[in-house]
Every structure is written in C-alpha cells, then in structure tokens.
Design a protein around this ligand. Structure first.
Ligand code: HEC
Ligand code: HEC
Length: 374
C-alpha cells in the first residue's frame, strides 16, 4: 500500500504541471511553521534535533530529500517508520556525525560555503568509492566528447548579449505579448507517462490572471491541485489540504497565466551565463532567481528563440536539489506556441507529459478553483 507521505509527494508531483513551469515541491507535512509572521526553527517544530538546530523549519524536509538523493536512500534507511524522532537506526546517528564532518571541511577549507556536500562523496551510494574506476569504452567516448566541446567555441550568428534581449526574443517567438494577452483561459487535456506502461490522464484549467486547477486520474484515485488567486491547495483520495512554503510557491508559479510575459517581473538577478549545446540545439542559458530558496536556469534555442529546458534549484539546509523539464513539440493555439511535450525529471522520477488538446478562451466557472471543504 502506498504511504501517506509518498501519496502526498506523488500528488504534488504529478499534478504540478503548467504550461511553462513544472515544479515538484517538497513535502511540508507540518504546516505549523509560522508564528507571529516569523518562521519557526527546526528545533521548535521537531522533537529531536541535535545538529540542524536554529534553522528554518520548512527547510528540514527538503534536507531529508537531499539525504535521499545523495545516498540513494529512502526515509526508512535512517528512520524507524512512524518514529522519525527515534535515534534507533545507526544510519541516522552516523548522519549527524557526517553533517558535523562536512561542515568542518567547508569551514576549514572553503570559507564555510557549501562546496563539499553529502553528494560530493556519496554520489548516490551509501559507501563512497575509494579506488578510481577502470576506464570503460563508454567513459572513453564521453571523455573525447568533453574534450571536443571544450576546444570548440560555439559560434552563433547575430548573437544576443543580454537576458532582456533573449527573453524578448522568446516572447516574440511564442507569438508576441499582444497576442498572448488576448488569451484569457485555457483547457488542457494530456497524458502523463510514468514508465513501465503506467499512464494517467491529466486535465488542467487555467484562467487569467492566476486561477489554476489540475486533475490527474490514477488507478487508486484522483489528484487535484488548485490556486484561486490567494489560496493554494491539493486534494488526494485522503482529503484536501492547504499548501505553504515551497509547495505554495509551486502552485503560484503554475497559476501565473501570463508567466511568459511576466518573466522579468517574476524573476530577479537575471544573468546570461553561457552558450551551450543541448540535444543538438544551440542554446542561451539564462540564470534567474525566484526566491530566497529557489533559482532557475532557462535554456532558450538561439535560433527559434523558444524555451527548450528549465532547471529548478531548491535550497535545502545542506545543498541544493534540482529538477529539470525539457520542452518540445511546440504547436500553435490561437496564434500562441505551446510546448505539447515535456520530459520531467528529478532525483527519483523520470516522466513524460504529452498534451493531446489545448483549447483557449472558453468560459470557466471560477468556483472550481476554490479549495474543496474536505
Ligand atoms: C541519511 C539519513 C536520513 C534520511 C535518508 C532521512 N533522514 Fe530524516 N533525519 C535524519 C537525521 C540525522 C535527523 C536529525 C537531525 C538532527 O538531529 O539535527 C532527521 C530528522 C528528521 C525529522 C525530525 C524528527 C523529530 O521530530 O526530531 C523528520 C520528521 C524526518 N527526519 C523525516 C524524514 C523523512 C520523511 C525522510 C524521507 C523523505 C527522511 N527523514 C530521510 C536522517 C535522515
Ligand atoms: C568527505 C566525504 C563524505 C562526506 C562529505 C559525507 N560522507 Fe557519509 N560517508 C563517507 C564515507 C567514506 C563513508 C563510509 C565510511 C565507512 O565505510 O566506514 C560514509 C558513510 C556514511 C553513512 C553510513 C553508510 C552505511 O551504510 O553504513 C551514512 C549514513 C552517511 N555517510 C551519510 C552522509 C550524509 C547524510 C552526508 C551529508 C551530510 C555525508 N554522509 C557526507 C564520506 C562522506
């Protein structure tokens, strides 16, 4: 049977899909993080915090995911099921020592910056390698390719120079600001392919400026995620619940109807960082900050101007986690180009999303965006 926590994570993940921004969100099971407008600390919210004391409580769970991703672990590798405060498992006790060791390495060698993380040594494995690997054919090929791309400077005709120019080109490429502003609602039908012949239909309703509802039908029930302009929520077969922290940021981003037009408004610290080759396409890479805990890299095709990849980085207490969405199969809807195919991956999932139909500017009842009573 699927656990409460994985059900919640799954519902957040599979329904966290919008036209432009897919975000996974990390589980904030404890919504009691705020006190008089100030965020509570880890040790105020949780019972048995010995090392990660005095940190924002909403960051503890993302940090647990960081452990999972770094060691290839699940919660139960360190925790007794249902008793996360128990110190019974040696892996949990060892982890505290590891955090202290790692912090000391960074403090003594890297001015306290998060340079060495759990992943630096562990690389997805509980037992870090000590002996350098033997060269394989595949490694040799990879090394040759790396050397080649290091040597070649990527040539771009009519090269743009600023993030503003790149984003403006993107906005024109999808149809232009004026045409986009004529859209007022979208109804989207699609299919999520989770691999192993597991698929699920998804439907999304969006209305300007920031109403959002996605519904995914899985064999064991229906998952919804919504935003009514103020309140973000999710609903799974066990009931409805309001979202906060990173999960609220996710649904807010999904709900921003004019996101491609609001680009410069939604993001700060924009920086044109690189020209790269991604899946045979030459792209501009633009760095952007969304909030104190979240930044992005956007990859725009230098010739078509279209967004073909987005990587989202979420801060945890000990390092960042990333998730990536690749966009393709752009098709016109009311004169605006939308990506009909998306490939979505994070440290534990790899999924394809295909839209089968998008219809624009149909009437939408705004009551559907409100959080259901239960
Ligand atoms: C690599 C080991 C490791 C993994 C994997 C891990 N944790 Fe933890 N967890 C810890 C450690 C260590 C602490 C205590 C931190 C401290 O003392 O500062 C902790 C603390 C917690 C706490 C606080 C408990 C309390 O009340 O004091 C919760 C809740 C928690 N973890 C949940 C999870 C969940 C859920 C997962 C899976 C998503 C997970 N952890 C994965 C090592 C781990
Ligand atoms: C500088 C390298 C390094 C860093 C950084 C590091 N580890 Fe380790 N860790 C090791 C090595 C090496 C071992 C294996 C020790 C052994 O075999 O006795 C290990 C062992 C462990 C184990 C025991 C695994 C088992 O199955 O017995 C856990 C749990 C662990 N590390 C968690 C973490 C976590 C969580 C972090 C980040 C907070 C971290 N480590 C950071 C090097 C590192």
């Amino acid at each position: 049977m699927i656990s409460n926590k994985s059900l919640y994570k799954l519902s957040i993940f599979i329904s966290g899909i919008s036209i432009l921004f897919l975000t996974t969100g990390w589980t904030n099971q404890n919504s009691d993080y705020q006190q008089g407008g100030k965020e509570k600390t880890t040790d105020e919210v949780y019972k048995n915090i010995k090392v990660l004391k005095g940190m924002p409580a909403s960051q503890l769970m993302p940090t647990m995911h960081f452990f999972e991703a770094s060691l290839g672990f699940e919660c139960s590798n360190c925790h007794v099921r249902g008793h996360n405060d128990s110190d019974q498992k040696p892996e949990k006790r060892k982890t505290r020592k590891m955090i202290e060791m790692m912090n000391a390495i960074n403090k003594n060698n890297f001015e306290g910056k998060q340079i060495v993380t759990c992943f630096t040594c562990h690389r997805g494995d509980a037992n870090p390698e000590t002996i350098p690997a033997i060269m394989t054919e595949a490694m040799m090929k990879e090394r040759r390719n790396e050397e080649k791309s290091d040597d070649e400077e990527i040539k771009v005709t009519n090269r743009l120079n600023t993030p503003e120019e790149i984003i403006s080109k993107y906005q024109n490429a999808i149809g232009g600001k004026d045409a986009f502003m004529k859209l007022t609602s979208l109804k989207i039908e699609g299919i999520i392919d989770m691999g192993n012949n597991r698929t699920a239909p998804i439907s999304i309703i969006q209305k300007a400026p920031s109403y959002y509802l996605s519904t995914t039908k899985l064999p064991f029930g229906e998952f919804e995620r919504g935003f009514n302009g103020t309140i973000g929520w999710m609903k799974n077969p066990r009931g409805a619940q309001e979202l906060d922290g990173g999960d609220l940021q996710d649904v807010e981003l999904s709900a921003d109807f004019y996101a491609p037009i609001n680009f410069l408004k939604n993001f700060s610290a924009l920086k044109f960082s690189d020209v790269q080759i991604v899946n045979n396409d030459t792209v501009y890479v633009v760095d952007a900050k969304y909030s104190d805990i979240r930044r992005f890299k956007f990859y725009f095709d230098v010739y078509s101007g279209l967004l073909i990849r987005q990587i989202q980085y979420d801060k945890t207490l000990l390092g960042e986690l990333q998730n990536q969405t690749d966009y393709s199969d752009y098709r016109s809807v009311n004169g605006i180009l939308f990506p009909f195919k998306m490939h979505i991956s994070d440290y534990e999932r790899n999924q394809n999303l295909k839209y089968t139909n998008i219809s624009a500017n149909e009437a939408v009842d705004i009551n559907v965006f409100n959080k259901p009573a239960k």
